[in-house]
Write a protein that binds this ligand. Structure first.
Ligand SMILES: C[S@@+](CC[C@H](N)C(=O)[O-])C[C@H]1O[C@@H](n2cnc3c(N)ncnc32)[C@H](O)[C@@H]1O
Length: 184
């Protein structure tokens, strides 16, 4: 297989692991089955994990991790729930829950954009936001184009924005956006 170019969620985790210096507060904006929350809870002092699906929240809460706060609400309410107002990493794994029978419960462009916009306000200098985008479904196509439009307009003196995408796969292959906040 491949050591660097594999699953985009793993690439996102590796970037955070290697380039976020202060690992105090991490936010998983799309808890789902909890893979990003597992990563964050092992590497950050405190983690906030959002999901609108009660079942996902209850399942993860049952682990009783003492450094994870599970929030059964939309990530568009990120500012309301995070008391510190300064976080070091924010992760999104958009789309619907893998393995779920109900694929209509998916992230949507309006709440995703609101969440990214608000999240960037509370991201610490030197902090990183990762956004895994899945384009292989209707809502994902709309979400991708809104996110691309939004991130391309971020001021370059405040944020560096980079896209990771597969060049030898289908146009519908997932892609990863990395946003780093300037630390000066
Ligand atoms: C692709 S899955 C996340 C996968 C997850 N990272 C994992 O490790 O399994 C997307 C998740 O986002 C959740 N979701 C959808 N809209 C949301 C919203 N507005 N706020 C928070 N979570 C949302 C869905 O319920 C779903 O569980």
């Amino acid at each position: 297989m491949y050591s660097y170019i594999g699953d985009i969620s793993k690439i996102a985790q590796n970037i955070i692991l290697n380039y976020v210096k202060n690992k105090n507060i991490g936010v998983d904006c799309t808890l789902g089955n909890g893979h990003d929350s597992d990563f964050l809870k092992s590497n950050f002092k405190k983690v906030y994990s959002f999901d609108i699906q009660k079942s996902a929240c209850e399942k993860y809460s049952n682990n009783n991790y003492d450094n994870v706060i599970v929030i059964n609400d939309s990530h568009s309410e990120i500012i309301k729930f995070i008391e510190e107002k300064n976080v070091d990493a924010i992760m999104y794994n958009l789309g619907f829950l893998p393995g779920s029978l109900n694929k209509s419960i998916t992230t949507t462009y309006d709440t995703t954009i609101k969440s990214i916009e608000e999240g960037l306000k509370i991201l610490s200098p030197g902090g990183i936001m990762t956004i895994c985008i899945y384009i292989g479904h209707d809502e994902g196509i709309k979400e991708e184009s809104c996110i691309m439009e939004f991130v391309k307009k971020l001021p370059k003196n405040k944020f560096a924005v980079m896209e990771h995408k597969f060049l030898n796969r289908s146009n519908l292959a997932p892609k990863l956006i990395i946003i780093e906040k300037n630390n000066i």
